[in-house]
Design a protein around this ligand. Structure first.
Ligand code: ADP
Length: 190
């Protein structure tokens, strides 16, 4: 079983790459952003709650996000492993994930991080906003706030996984295919 955290700032290409890699490695892809958007679209209680935060580019509270993530894992009890995309995004989410997987007798095999300079990311997000219908991608102020959330709450997770000897940085600039190949080189070793 392989459990991989695909990591990187907003717009780094996690979703695109996870979609390709889940096929190659027969893993279940859980994107917390996608699960929230699905709930918003279907106007569930969770969706109504998450929307308030997401629209501003703020993180959804940990307890809500952790419970949702656990439920998604439980739905796929016979999975060969998972690609976690957009989770964990805070240290307490990382601690909760470790505890949850330990209970199941498994662990995170590696955090694989897409490294992309911030200027390029803002450009990519504004471009995506033109077609994705994502309201959090159209306003530069909200995008900046997501980077602020990333830099203040999420970026520290690099050290968290480094301390476990589980951090693998990958250059996230280049063609989609080149980046998939770079990621696959790391996935193969995990
Ligand atoms: P991106 O990586 O481009 O920021 P996502 O689709 O991963 O996009 O996330 C969109 C939004 O969903 C985030 O800005 C945040 O509000 C919410 N979200 C997603 N994952 C988490 C998480 N693990 N913890 C808290 N909020 C989250």
């Amino acid at each position: 079983m392989k459990n991989i955290v695909l990591f990187g700032p907003p717009g780094a290409g996690k979703g695109t790459q996870a979609t390709l890699l889940k096929e190659k490695y027969n893993l279940v892809h859980i994107s917390t952003g996608d699960v929230f958007r699905f709930n918003i679209k279907n106007q569930t209680e969770l969706g109504l709650l998450a929307k308030k935060y997401m629209d501003e580019g703020d993180l959804v509270p940990d307890e809500v996000t952790i419970n949702m993530l656990k439920a998604e894992v439980e739905k796929n009890a016979d999975a060969n492993g998972f690609i976690f995309d957009g989770f964990p995004r805070t240290e307490s989410q990382a601690i909760a994930l470790d505890a949850f997987l330990t209970e199941k007798g498994v662990q995170i095999n590696g955090m694989v991080a897409l490294e992309v300079p911030e200027d390029l990311l803002v450009e990519r997000l504004l471009e995506r906003g033109k077609t994705s219908g994502r309201t959090d991608d159209t306003d530069e102020g909200k995008i900046r706030n997501r980077f602020n959330e990333y830099n203040t709450k999420t970026a520290v997770l690099k050290e968290y996984y480094q301390a476990q000897g589980n951090y693998y940085g990958v250059n996230g600039v280049g063609s989609i295919e080149d980046i998939t190949n770079r990621l696959a080189d790391v996935f193969d070793k995990l």
